[in-house]
Design a protein around this ligand. Sequence first.
Ligand code: ATP
Length: 297
Amino acid sequence: MGNPNTVGDESWPPATTLTPQPPLTPGALPAYPGAQELAAATRGQALVLRGLTKAFGPRVAVDHIDLDVPVGSFFGLVGPNGAGKTTTLSMVTGLLRPDSGRVLVSGVDVWTDPAAAKARMGVLPDGLRLFERLSGPELLSYLGRLRGMPLEVVKQRSAELIRVLDLDDAGNKLVADYSTGMRKKITLAAALLHSPALLLLDEPLEAVDPVSARIIRTVLTQYTHAGGTVVFSSHVMALVEGLCTHVAVMGGGRIIAAGEIAAVRGDAASLDDAFMHLVGAPEMQEGGLSWLGSSQA
Ligand SMILES: Nc1ncnc2c1ncn2[C@@H]1O[C@H](COP(=O)(O)OP(=O)(O)OP(=O)(O)O)[C@@H](O)[C@H]1O
């Protein structure tokens, strides 16, 4: 058996929930009508989606969605379970091939020019398996080199990210022994290492303790203030309202509402209230569960 700290053992390659797909040749997808309009629409936008669609058998998970994400925005993607958020982010990051539509990152098509598009993005996917038998610095070093970064730059940025993200234990442990918060933070470090223009994060704060969550929020806010763009999915409406400049509400594979937070909130008291109204959440009936607690002494 090989050295357990290397990638040469039986856990290689790591299992991922989705497998990166080979590039499409230009023109392999049906042409999106209005190519010139699309080129104009990408100006000032970090991410543009047009007519993006994906079905799993008879189930249409994402249904012809259009979305514009301005450069420098902190963009929340919200929606009930099964709304299509993860499927959308997977198509944006090049992990899941769309049935039709376009994804443009800084004007570059993810599915016809994946290498150039992926160089511009950092990704924290849902349920990604990490290289469990590396330490944090080894993981960053490996991923940085895969991205073609000079070793000295990788070392310097890794050390800084590990310090800022309060991952000082990262060098003493294998990733397999990390807590959930540490795993999210080391994955975020990996996503930031090459200083991408766009960060795509699937539920980055889920199951993360408050201390780690605050550190992640601070790093992401600093990143957007420096001109970076963040798109993240979340179920926590208060978080989106407090952190984001923009939000898109998905339901049944469609975009129900999108824009600046205040515009989407409208006259509602909170984004949570606006969300309930937009997705048509049922009110709980009065008098329900009246038996709860009745057998207590
Ligand atoms: N690989 C798959 N095969 C079949 N159906 C899928 C697959 N992935 C997603 N779906 C279906 O597509 C729909 C959208 O799922 P998706 O995971 O994108 O929603 P979501 O908004 O991310 O949900 P959640 O908030 O629960 O994470 C759901 O009905 C889901 O069951």
